[in-house]
Design a binder for this molecule. Sequence first.
Ligand code: ADP
Ligand code: MG
Ligand code: MG
Length: 840
Amino acid sequence: MKQVYEFREGGKDLIPLLGGKGGNLAEMTKIGLAIPNGIIVTTDACREYFRNGKKISEELRNEILEKLETIQKKPLLVSVRSGAPISMPGMMDTILNVGFNDAVAEEVLASIKDETFVYSSYARFISMFSEIVQGVEKKKFDKIAEETKNPKDLIPLYKALYEKETGEKFPEEVKEQILMAVNSIFNSWNNERAILYRKLNNIDDNMGTAVVVQEMVFGNFNNKSGTGVVFSRNPSTGEKQIFGEYLICAQGEDIVAGIRTPEPIAKLQEEMPKVYEELLENIHKLEQHNKDMQDIEFTIQDEKLYILQTRNGKRAPKAAVKIAIDMQEEGIISKEEAVLRVDPSLVNQLLNGDFEEKAVKEATLLGKGLAASSGVAVGRVMFDSKRVKIREKTILVREETSPEDLKGIALAQGILTVKGGATSHGAVVARGMGKCCITGCGAIKINEIDREMYIGGRTVKEGEFISISGYTGEIYLGKVAIKEASYDDDLKKILSWAYEIKRLQVRMNADTPEDVKMGKDFGAEGIGLCRTEHMFFQKDKIWAIRQVILGEEGEEKNKAIEKLFELQKEDFMGIFKNLNGDVANIRLLDPPVHEFLPKEKADKIIMAKNLGIHLYDLEIRIRKLKDENPMLGHRGCRLGVSYPRLYKAQGRAIIEAALDCRKEGHPVHPEIMIPFTMEAKELAYLRKEITEEIECLFEERQERLDYKLGTMIEIPRACLLANEIAEVADFFSFGTNDLTQMSMGLSRDDSVKFLDQYREKGIWEGEPFYSIDQKAVGKLVEYGTRLGREANKNLTVGICGEHGGDPKSIEFFERQGFDYISCSPFRVPSAILAAAQSYL
Ligand code: ADP
Ligand code: MG
Ligand code: MG
C-alpha cells in the first residue's frame, strides 16, 4: 500500500487520504501556482501507526526517506505540517525549519551571510521541536531568549535545555528529525484540544491526520519578506473584497498566534505592488477553481510569493448568506448549491439581530477593538476559560485566545481579546461557531490576579456585565438591549430559493394573530399547532375557564362553557383572517385542569366569591382536581371524555368562526386536533361527539364547510396501534416532545440535571428534546407513520414538537415522507432552509 505521495501525484479528490492541506497543496501544484515542493504521508499511514501501537513501521520509514529524495533543494530544510481531511484550524501541530544543525547553519550562512536570520531560524526550530516533540515548555526557551542578545549564542543554550529536559542529545540528523516530527504530528491527532474540537464538530475520531513535509520558504528572510493570511472575500460581511493581514519579516505561525498585531493586506499594495498583484491573481484563480470563498496562507521570500495553504474559509452568518448569493449571481454555483452553502443554524443567529440603536446611544462606550465575527453579545466578564459555565451568559475576555480556550469559547456568548488580528485563532473559531468576537482591543489591561480589567478609564470586575458588538467592535458597560429579528434582503432571497426547492410544507406553531403575522412574514405555510389553552391565560378568559372547571355540574356549568367559547371564537377569527386561506390546525384543550386554577390566596378569595361558596369548599374542589402526576394525568382527550361539552363547544367555536370568516370573504381551512390519544375508541368517541355538534351547527346555519379532524400521536401505544387510530383520523401530528418523554421515561424538565453527566461519561450523546432520538423514538415515528398510511390512504402526517425546527430532525422527517413540519415562527426560516437541504 502506497503511504507517501508527492505533491504532483495528488489532488483535491484525494483529500480523505491526503488531508485538506495536503490535497489542496497537490491541487495547487497541479494548476500551476507557486507551491514549495513536498510530500504527503497519508491518513492511512496515520491509522496504521495507531494500530501499530504508535510506531512508524520500517516500511513507512523507508517510503518517507525515499520520497524525500524528490525534494531537490539542498540543504534540506522543511516544515512538517499536520492536516486532517476536515479542517481543524490550529488544533494540531506544525514544526518549521526542520533540518537545521550546526553544519547546515554554516552552509546557509556561507551563501546568505545574515547571521541573525540563520541563527534565529535555527533557534526557533530547536524550541518548536522540543515543545512539540518532547513537550518541553516554550516559556523556558523564551526566558533564555530574553537574556541572550546574540541569536548564535542561543543554539548551545537551547540544546543544553533540551538535553536537561529530555535526557537525550538533540537530534542532529535531518532524517531523524523529520521522522521524529512525523511521529509527533501523528500523535497530535489525539491531543486534548483536537479531541474536544472533533467532539464539538462531530468529526470522526478514527479519521487520522495526514502529514505534509514541505520545503521551507522564509518569511523572515529580510524586509522584502513576510507572511500573511488572506480571505478571498470578507469573512465577516461577505463583501467581495479581499480581507487579510500580513507581517513583514516573520514566519508563519507568528500571525496565526496573534502575538504581533499585523498590517492590513491593503498596505501590501504600497509596500510590494508586484507581489500584491500576483497575490490577487492567485486568489482569483483559487476561488474560481474551488468555487467557494478561500482562506489562504502565503509567505513572501525576498519578494517572491508562495502559497502555503488554501481552504474554504469559515465565515460569519451574514457573510455565508451574501457569499452564497453573490456566487450564484456570478455564475460560479447553482441555486441549489447556494442553498446548501448556508447552515440553517446560522439563520437563527442572523435573526438574533443587533443592539437597539436607541440603547446603543444611551450606553457607556468603554472601548473599541477589531470586529472579528458579527453578532452581538451581552454577558458577564470572565477572564478564564475554565470559569465559563454552561447556561450562564458570559463574555470571555482574554489577552489572546489559544486553542486551550476552545471549551470556553464554545460556552461563552461572545469573545473579546486584547491582542491578535481578525484572522487570529480565536476569531476563526468564533466565526465558525457563529459567535460574536472582538479582537485586538489594546485599550484593555487585564489584571488576572484581582480578576478585573481596566478599560475606558474604568475598572470592570469579573462577573460584571458588558455588551459587545461584533459588527462594530464596540464594547459597552452593562447590558445593552438587543433588537429582535434582522431579516434582510439577502436572507429573504436565499430563503425564497429554498422555498422553491423544498418538498415538505413548513407550518408554524402559533397561538395569536400576532404570531401568525410574524410566521407568515417568515414564510410559514399555515399553522401546524395552535394551542387553545394559551388563549385562556389572557386576563378575562382565565376567570371564565375557572368558572367552567370549578362550577357546579349542570345548567350553570354549560352556560359558563358557552360564554367561554364565545370569547374564544373571536380569537379564532383573528387567526383565520391573518392566515389568508392557509391551513389552521387547532388543538383542543390539552393541559391538566389544575394548571388553570387559582394559586394565589387573593385569587382564591375572588373565585370563591364568584362561585358563591366558602373558601374552604373551594380548596376541597381544587384538591380533588389536582393530579399527583399531572403529565400522565387527567389531560388531553381524557378531559374531553370526562367533559364532552368542553370539546364540543371548542369544536363548534372553531367552525363557527370559520363560517363567519368565510362569510366576510376570507377563505378558511380549519383542522381540529385532539391531543393525547392512546386508543382508537377514545378518538372515535370524541369524533362522534364533536361531529354531531358541528352537524347541528351546519343544520342551524344551513351551510357547510370542509374541515379535518385528527389527532396528535404522542403516546407510544398510539404509534403501535396507529392503523386502528388512522381509521378515525384525517391526520396525524406527531407530538415528539411527549413521545420522547414517554418512550425514554425522561422528563423534559428534569433531564438537564443528569444528562450532562451522561454526556461527560460517554453514555449519551446529544439532546433528545432538541434533536429527535432517531434510534428509538424515531423508530416509533416511522412505524406509526407506516401503519397509519397503510390503514388510511388520505392520512396527512406532520410533526409539531420542538424537533420540527431542528435541521437534523427535519432531515429525518423528510426521509419519512412527512407532509409537513411545524415550529415556532422564529424558527420557520431555518426550517425552510433545512427542508430544502434535506430534499436535495
Ligand atoms: P495550521 O494547520 O495550524 O495552520 P500550518 O501547517 O498551516 O498549521 O503551519 C502554520 C504556519 O506555518 C503556516 O501559516 C505557514 O505560513 C507556516 N509554514 C508552514 N509550512 C511552511 C513552509 N514550508 N514554509 C514557510 N512557512 C511555512
Ligand atoms: Mg495553516
Ligand atoms: Mg403533548
